[in-house]
Design a protein around this ligand. Structure first.
Ligand SMILES: *[C@@H]1O[C@H](CO)[C@@H](O)[C@H](O)[C@H]1NC(C)=O
Ligand SMILES: *[C@@H]1O[C@H](CO)[C@@H](O)[C@H](O)[C@H]1NC(C)=O
Ligand SMILES: *[C@@H]1O[C@H](CO)[C@@H](O)[C@H](O)[C@H]1NC(C)=O
Ligand SMILES: *[C@@H]1O[C@H](CO)[C@@H](O)[C@H](O)[C@H]1NC(C)=O
Length: 457
């Protein structure tokens, strides 16, 4: 005969799993026409502000678990109206999150980071940022040296009804964030895994518009809003071989449609080399990771007008990834876009992308490099609910944290928990709970009986 408590908890568990199953099926039905979902949060701000030129609405701060607001004095390029940030002190706990309700879909999620006197005594903090429980951005020493390192984005599917972004303290100052943008893109955008990227995050390493006059967002370049307002940086200041600049105002065929919606202007400028000269770009990267490389070409030179006139090979760290690329031949004509993509494993800390001529010189219009990150499995939904109930009934102080997912990112589990991965269920469970030494008093309550794998308290 089953122990009554066991029966009770297993009933609750199966109801939970049933609800989770129903929800995951309902959420899949979404319209993909009309305007994309776009949420722009001005962190730390107490009022909404409309940017009329671009018809953006920056929303006042909401959806966060804690922290405080502070002013920023540095003007943030591309968003001068952002004048505040949200920061998280030790007393706010080691992890704090934004949890923003959005429909099922594929999103570009962008953060802008900064720091100042009130939040960090003018010392650059270091911290980690996770999305949907997966560690994506690590702010390493020197991140604030250039805007392009403090403005970061990645492409991620949200399939649980809410985008969860957490800031994990690493004991080096207070995590601080200026803005969070959640911009919907096409479900099939940047598909590198067939049938889908659903459990993969593509983190932008660099998105370059070669020989662009200046860096800018999609909206500055008249891009379709379904492109996620991607930021394109000019290659002027990057580590690269010598090249010449080429620009045109003629229109480009086949450039700008679904699913990636590129702005036409990225094909209207190019970096080029003379006869026989290579062109290369080098990027600092995390070693032993897969990188998805997207290369954009349109023959915009007046001299090269037919196929076989310009032919080149493309290498990554001396390994050929494409041979005998003839833009006019592959695109079907001049002033016509050609997009190539390849995912490669890179072992070292440098990704060296080289274009090597076979016939005449090189022409390249744009380059995108993404790090391919497998998403973490998350903690069983019921266990998260019962830990949240426990947090309430014990009245845990905010310094304990307990925000976001209990077990992931694996680098930052909640205080006092032991987690174990259940290979069969593809989820994490709590196997140990230790809150002694925290000076806590309160009722543990019934919620804990949902922690079915708990072996030690
Ligand atoms: C890189 O991709 C390959 C092929 O998909 C995969 O087997 C491998 O596990 C990936 N490596 C990393 C570090 O993600
Ligand atoms: C990416 O490259 C693969 C392999 O070459 C190709 O099959 C696929 O169509 C490309 N995707 C896009 C969107 O160009
Ligand atoms: C990258 O490759 C180019 C061309 O092969 C070479 O000249 C350059 O030194 C390389 N850079 C690095 C950092 O390996
Ligand atoms: C995030 O919000 C969703 C929907 O509003 C809610 O169901 C979920 O429990 C929240 N998650 C966390 C970790 O607060």
């Amino acid at each position: 005969m089953a122990h009554p408590a066991t029966t009770n908890s297993s009933n609750r568990r199966s109801l939970c799993s049933y609800l989770a199953l129903v929800l995951s099926h309902v959420i899949f039905v979404v319209a993909e026409n009309g305007e994309p979902t776009a949420i722009r949060i001005s962190c730390g701000s107490s009022h909404n502000s409309l940017i009329t030129e671009q018809s953006y609405l920056w929303l006042k701060d909401f959806g966060y678990t804690g922290g405080s607001s502070a002013p920023i004095d540095a003007k943030i390029t591309g968003a001068p109206q952002l004048t505040t940030l949200r920061y998280f002190q030790v007393s706010d706990g080691p992890e704090n999150c934004y949890n923003i309700t959005v429909p099922y879909g594929h999103y570009l999620i962008r953060f802008v980071f900064a720091y100042g006197d009130i939040d960090n005594s003018n010392r650059e903090p270091q911290f980690d940022v996770s999305l949907e429980g997966t560690l994506v951005h690590s702010l390493k020493p020197g991140w604030s040296a250039e805007f392009d390192m403090s403005c970061v984005d990645s492409l991620v599917f949200i399939n649980d009804g809410a985008a969860t972004a957490c800031f994990h303290s690493s004991g080096h100052g207070n995590p601080a964030v200026v803005s969070l943008e959640i911009l919907q893109i096409h479900n099939l955008a940047y598909e590198i895994l067939v049938p889908s990227n659903k459990y993969t995050i593509l983190k932008t390493v660099k998105r370059i518009s070669c020989s662009a006059i200046s860096s800018g967002y999609g909206a500055d370049f008249n891009a379709d809003p379904w492109g996620g307002n991607r930021r394109w940086v000019t290659d002027n200041g990057l580590t690269k071989g010598t090249s010449d600049q080429l620009r045109t105002s003629k229109s480009i065929q086949n450039c700008c449609g679904a699913p990636n919606f590129y702005p036409e202007i990225i094909y209207q400028s190019a970096s080029t080399t003379g006869i026989g000269a290579s062109l290369y770009y080098t990027f600092d990267i995390e070693p032993n990771q897969n990188y998805s490389i997207w290369l954009h070409f349109a023959e915009i030179s007046d001299v090269i007008v037919s196929k076989e006139q310009r032919v080149f090979d493309i290498l990554v760290n001396d390994r050929l990834i494409f041979t005998d690329i003839d833009i006019i031949s592959l695109a079907g004509g001049p002033f016509t876009a050609l997009v190539l993509n390849k995912t490669v494993l890179v072992e070292g800390r440098t990704l060296n992308l080289t274009f090597r001529p076979v016939q005449r010189g090189i022409l390249v219009n744009a380059v995108e490099i993404y790090q391919v990150i497998s998403m973490e499995f998350v903690t069983t939904e019921c266990e998260v609910w019962s830990l949240q109930a426990l947090k309430h009934s014990l009245g845990l102080p905010s310094r304990i944290g307990w925000n976001g997912d209990p077990c992931v990112p694996q680098e930052h589990p909640w205080n006092g928990l032991d987690c174990s991965f259940n290979v069969k269920g593809g989820s994490w469970s709590i196997v140990g709970l230790d809150l002694h030494d925290q000076g806590l008093k309160g009722q543990i309550g019934g919620a804990i009986s949902s922690l079915s794998q708990l072996r030690k308290i």
